[in-house]
Design a protein around this ligand. Sequence first.
Ligand SMILES: Nc1nc2c(c(=O)[nH]1)N[C@H]1C(S)=C(S)[C@@H](COP(=O)(O)OP(=O)(O)OC[C@H]3O[C@@H](n4cnc5c(=O)[nH]c(N)nc54)[C@H](O)[C@@H]3O)O[C@H]1N2
Ligand SMILES: Nc1nc2c(c(=O)[nH]1)N[C@H]1C(S)=C(S)[C@@H](COP(=O)(O)OP(=O)(O)OC[C@H]3O[C@@H](n4cnc5c(=O)[nH]c(N)nc54)[C@H](O)[C@@H]3O)O[C@H]1N2
Ligand code: SF4
Ligand SMILES: [Mo]
Length: 733
Amino acid sequence: MSETSLQTHHRICPLCEACCGLEVQTQGDQVIRVRGHASDIFSHGYLCPKGVALKDLHEDPDRLRAPLIKRNGVFHEASWDEAFAEIERRLPPLIAQHGRNAVGVVAGNPTSHKLGLMLYYPRLLKALGTRNIFSAATLDQMPRHVVSGLLYGHWMSVPVPDIARTDWLLVLGANPVASNGSMWTVPDFRGKARAMQARGGRLIVIDPRRSETAALADEHHFIRPGSDAFLLAGMLHHLFAEGLVSGGAASALVDGLDRVREAVAPFSPARVSPRCGVHAETIQRLATELASTPRAALYGRIGTCTQRFGTLSTWLIDVLNILTGHLDQPGGTMFPKAAAFAANTQGKPGSGRGVVTGRFATRVSQAPEVMGEVPITCLAEEIETPGEGQVRALITLATNPVLSSPNGARLARALDGLDFMVSMDIYLNETTRHADVILPGPSPLEDLHYDVPYPQMSWMNHARFSAPVFARASGQPAEWETLLRLAAIAQGLAVPHDARAIDEQLFAEDVRRQFGDQAPAVLRASAGLHGPERLLDLALRHGPYQLDLARVKAAEGGLDLGPLMPRLHELLRTPTGRIDLAPSDLLAELEHARHSMQEGAPSLVIVGRRDARSNNSWMHNLPTLEKGPMRCTLLVHPNDAARHSLVAGAQARLRRPDGQGESLTVEVTITDEVMPGVVSLPHGWGHDAPGIRLTLAGRRPGVNLNALLADTERDPLSGNAVLSGIEVELEAT
Ligand SMILES: Nc1nc2c(c(=O)[nH]1)N[C@H]1C(S)=C(S)[C@@H](COP(=O)(O)OP(=O)(O)OC[C@H]3O[C@@H](n4cnc5c(=O)[nH]c(N)nc54)[C@H](O)[C@@H]3O)O[C@H]1N2
Ligand SMILES: Nc1nc2c(c(=O)[nH]1)N[C@H]1C(S)=C(S)[C@@H](COP(=O)(O)OP(=O)(O)OC[C@H]3O[C@@H](n4cnc5c(=O)[nH]c(N)nc54)[C@H](O)[C@@H]3O)O[C@H]1N2
Ligand code: SF4
Ligand SMILES: [Mo]
């Protein structure tokens, strides 16, 4: 019988930035097995335990399958119409009374992995018209966007190491063996790094922990958390001192060299060495190797972003790549060319409007807007502080900031003070338990897939689409439809129950605005499609390869669009069409760094980490990932353990000497894989809040690192939270 025959589906994994192609075997409505799709042109069969756990996620009895409405403090299942009616009853009056900024929005990590969320979230924002937009970007990569904007003219122009051809790769503050890469889509980093080593290349890791990536490396150096800017400025100083600067192919496009030379003059390797804890000779040698290896690249990620000098460190990484001639060169750092949605493939090639930040600032802390949003660490105070523009209602979209954002305990209290809260989420968790209405998305296997941001940061050029494995359960809307209905409510429209009607209207308006006289032909070309598929088809047609959705769908295993190619001349979107290497804000930051050069090291600081079987705050409820040893433990160096009379497996109390945040009681693992004076604890744990529906996760809840961290520490240029190198005290319990 056909219903019970085995079927094989090809499906891109929506769980992390590696975007692996998976093979999902089904029988009827059951998932039999998930494995890597060997003939995927991009990931060649690679997958990690989380990809396998898509089966568990699909089957998880705790995953929400119907909306929940809270009445008198208790959640009740409701129909979709009831849920929207409740929102219509409560949200528009709040907007009418208190204005548009009274509604805050928080978007989380999965938003960037879902085509429907990604493409229709802007529609909701437009309908709301609020300035109070927050996202996980200010817990993560905002420094990267700022530097890309300032140097290359667009937030999303991110150079990535050309790992297929490089011979020397220095990784700072990233652990792609566990995380599978970030702001660099590179499935099977381990395999690619080993291939590089096999052809004589070298991998060097700079990290306060001898991470899984460091274990693979030819060379690993500890660094004092939060001090990458000093190490990098020291490398740059050495290049100037030794006459090793050469802009390579980019040099004709680069301005500001003398200002950079002058600005790094105080940062000699000998002076920065005590600040960063890396030997001066090592700093010099790494700089010389970077300059003298024809195909070499520097890559920094979350450890270099989530610190006080996050934007400065990220800028220095790019400046080093540029001034050693590696930007835009095979084997160096290169700009992918995505088939759809990439702003750096649209409009006039070679120049553009560039970016601005700080068009407005938050009410309470005066934190500047960046990329249209404000720092998530300002959310609690914007809810708590009365006055014009106070956040009184909140819409959360695939996010769990109570666990992901610093001072989670304060945020949880603030959420209770809201007049109204709606969460689009698939679980009743630490954040959504504060909502009045929860609107669940479908299972990932019931959703189509095309990645919007990740092909813009991929190790090779590609275009891949996957169709849903299963049809959506009856009554379950796609998330783009839910967003459109929320948008309609926010605009005070009598809500058409058919999101498709709203979509038709908005699409036609957009096309008319964008294409003018050509609009009828453009509309005809995508006839028969709707929703995200139609937007994708349009973007592919007008993208740099002039593809269309039918062609991408027909390509078994995806379309191979070739290796990364030099493209700096046409990619730049700066007003001058050139790269200003020395933006004044960065030079001012360097000056701030110079003033803090003499700062001594606190005796103990904390950093984060990731585990291959965990995904931020939300996959601890799945049996295949949950099994095995507890992963939320504090790594402590033997010297520090002895200093605090700790023994392996003991519980210890962690707190901040400045009295902020909450203290945590954690299980200790003693290991010399962390630098003396540094402890490491993963984030995303602490599943012991009342009223959550995470049965398995609740059995071993772990502790919330972000309850300990403060929401007052930010990188001023990007608004990114400081999550690394925070001073803590430890005591045996
Ligand atoms: N201390 C510390 N804190 C950190 C970090 C750190 O390194 N250290 N890392 C930061 C980083 S990089 C990030 S990106 C943030 C992430 O922080 P968040 O943005 O909060 O993301 P997640 O923790 O991944 O939580 C995802 C949420 O989306 C829900 N969800 C999952 N799939 C779907 C779906 O298909 N639809 C909908 N509607 N909901 C879905 C989940 O149930 C969960 O509530 O955490 C940050 N927090
Ligand atoms: N398995 C798994 N995969 C994930 C996630 C997950 O939670 N679990 N989360 C996903 C998300 S949202 C993201 S953004 C990516 C992040 O991906 P990565 O950027 O690779 O992040 P991490 O694995 O946390 O590695 C960061 C490393 O920085 C080090 N570090 C900390 N402070 C400093 C410092 O000051 N300087 C230097 N040089 N190093 C420092 C830490 O010890 C750690 O080894 O991972 C993604 N992939
Ligand atoms: S590395 Fe794992 S979670 Fe990430 S895309 Fe691949 S299978 Fe999915
Ligand atoms: Mo992230």
